[in-house]
Design a protein around this ligand. Structure first.
Ligand code: SAM
Length: 272
């Protein structure tokens, strides 16, 4: 607020998000597969491929590797793909990922998954418990690539998180976000999709994870997230270069990629 106090609604949101992810942590990966019919894997693969982690920008001098910060990294799905891509496609064994999340239970699942992987032993993955709105543990201009997948809609102050993303990135560094969209552009398809998400997802949550409320929250949080145009505008307002033009009503058009008819989208911005 004006006086620097969080409102009751803001505190309620933050504590709701905490309890939702603490309770879903152990079932999170299975539930993701069930709720998205496995499609989240294809979106994540595409997201990572489009960022081409570990690519060398200079052909002279020794390889340096990239520093990737995966915010709201949870169980490490994006981090794993980043390191696999850098290693197998770009033959890069130096790129490192910092998996950061506000929730220790989600990070715990990520640590468990990485514990037997060669990336852990090679020191190419580390874990940071932090709120995306305050990344004071991460130095300014130290990151090449900032990723956030299915996380930003849970943040109370998205503008603060974007400002922190801008601060920690190096000039030329890339901000990339994979997130659900509040509605599909085709209204008929949107009707089917909303019936599926509001009907089936809380029910699957109840039957499989014994937790209807958390999954009801997840569906509702998608509904409240800004449209693709609004979100592209927010990224631009944070200082990033975003491809696309402002239309007559001042909204930014273009600058993102819709996935599966706009169920999800990838937004990117470059720090000048
Ligand atoms: N990125 C992972 C993926 O794609 O599978 C996990 C996504 S999960 C739906 C959302 C994550 O956002 C949770 O792990 C949650 O703890 C985290 N989160 C929520 N609010 C956060 C905040 N303010 N700062 C950092 N992480 C947050």
């Amino acid at each position: 607020t004006h006086f620097g106090f969080a409102t009751v609604a803001e505190e309620e949101k933050a504590s709701k998000v905490r309890s939702v992810f603490s309770s879903v942590a152990s079932n999170y990966d299975t539930m993701n597969d069930l709720m998205s019919l496995g499609i989240h894997r294809l979106w994540k693969d595409h997201f990572v491929r489009s960022l081409n982690p570990g690519v060398r920008t200079s052909t002279t001098g020794p390889p340096e590797g990239q520093t990737i910060l995966d915010i709201a990294g949870g169980t490490g799905d994006i981090a794993f793909r980043m390191l696999d891509h850098a290693t197998t496609i770009n033959r890069d064994s130096l790129t490192k990922v910092i998996v950061s999340d506000i929730n220790p239970e989600m990070l715990g699942e990520g640590k468990k998954r990485f514990s037997t992987s060669p990336y852990m032993h090679a020191g190419r993955v580390s874990f940071l418990e932090a709120n995306a709105e305050d990344l004071s543990a991460v130095p300014s201009a130290s990151v090449d690539l900032y990723t956030v997948a299915f996380g930003i809609r849970n943040f109370t102050h998205k503008d603060k998180a974007l400002a922190e993303a801008f601060r920690v990135l190096k000039p030329g560094g890339v901000f990339a976000c994979l997130e659900f969209c509040p509605r599909l552009s085709n209204s008929l398809m949107n009707g089917f999709y909303k019936r599926w998400s509001f009907g089936a997802i809380p029910l699957i949550g109840q039957v499989v994870a014994g937790d209807r409320d958390s999954y009801q929250y997840l569906v509702e949080s998608i509904e409240r997230f800004p449209s693709q145009t609004e979100f592209a505008g927010m990224i631009k307002d944070a200082g990033f270069l975003v491809p696309g033009e402002r239309n007559d009503s001042g909204e930014l058009e273009g600058g993102w990629e819709d996935l599966s008819l706009g169920i999800a989208a990838i937004h990117k911005g470059v720090k000048p």
